[in-house]
Design a protein around this ligand. Structure first.
Ligand code: PDD
Length: 279
């Protein structure tokens, strides 16, 4: 397995990061995950644009432009012979003596990339449908930044795992914010697709954006508004989206069956449209 660290491709076993890295000490960094299907990156320009925005929001210089990132990602995919899965990349504020405020000028960001093989298109869970549990959203107030500080999601998804569920849906003031690592959607009895509008309360999902565009092109009705857990329990269909799951049907939330416990027809259609787009 070949990984990328600060300008070098090297065997995973030989890769290391100094213990004073601010990503390790403060979770002071940003990450991105782009899907790979048929050996090719999916919607990668949008992921790189979000990376640039996240880095800018916390004052880390983006070490590469989009073309530079893409070259590195593609070389890593080729070196690993990856056909399906994802490319993870992370940029931290670099290595410096432990001090909360930013390090002195001249400290360069740390860049790490690795690939992960995963079956996304023919994932059997997408045929069965996923179960979800709700957990309180314990995160900070800038969830639009794709920060590597993921402790709240680690705890949320551990709770889901212990319940045998594939994802946690986080909620705040009775309303669903998003999944632990995905965007949450429901579909009403009359076929309206509901998802929370973009704000600092959620990550602007790249898959979310693509799915909304595909839904619009298919003439489906979209409602960008917060929805409550109660409304989700009573929804005709539910699903979540992410670069690592694409469109994943939800058949159960907190033990309550959604849409008869089967992936819903509109959800299946959206998954099909997304797969067509990504192929
Ligand atoms: N997670 N919301 C959160 C909190 C996320 O962590 C993610 C992605 C999404 C979906 O975004 P996108 O469609 O751009 O993947 C929404 C990645 C996949 C992860 O943490 O592994």
């Amino acid at each position: 397995r070949t990984v990328y660290v600060n300008g070098r491709f090297l065997p995973y076993e030989e890769a290391s990061i100094p213990i004073m890295d601010r990503g390790f000490l403060f979770a002071d960094g940003i990450y991105e995950v782009s899907a790979v299907l048929g050996g090719r990156l999916v919607d990668n320009e949008a992921h790189l644009a979000r990376l640039d925005r996240s880095l800018g929001a916390i004052g880390i210089r983006n070490p590469h432009d989009a073309a530079g990132w893409t070259r590195l990602q593609e070389e890593l995919i080729a070196r690993n012979g990856l056909t399906e899965g994802g490319v993870y990349l992370q940029v931290t504020r670099g290595v410096a003596e432990r001090d909360f405020a930013f390090p002195p000028a001249g400290v360069e960001p740390t860049v790490v990339m690795f690939t992960q093989a995963k079956t996304i298109a023919n994932n059997p869970l997408a045929d069965r449908g996923a179960t979800v549990v709700s957990v309180e959203d314990l995160r900070w107030k800038r969830r639009d930044i794709k920060s590597v500080a993921l402790l709240a999601q680690v705890l949320a998804k551990q709770q889901a795992a212990e319940a045998g569920a594939a994802e946690a849906w986080m909620h705040e003031d009775g309303f669903v914010t998003e999944g632990g690592s995905s965007t949450a959607f429901i579909i009403t009895e009359d076929g309206r697709i509901v998802t929370r509008p973009l704000s600092t309360a959620i990550l602007p999902g790249i898959t979310r954006r693509a799915v909304l565009r595909l839904a619009e092109e298919a003439g489906l009705t979209i409602e960008e508004r917060p929805f409550s857990l109660e409304e989700a329990f009573a929804a005709a269909e539910a699903f979540f989206t992410s670069a690592s799951a694409f469109v994943m049907p939800v058949i159960e939330i907190d033990g309550r069956r959604i849409g008869g416990g089967q992936p819903g027809p509109l959800t299946r259609r959206l998954r099909g449209l997304y797969l067509e787009m990504a192929a």
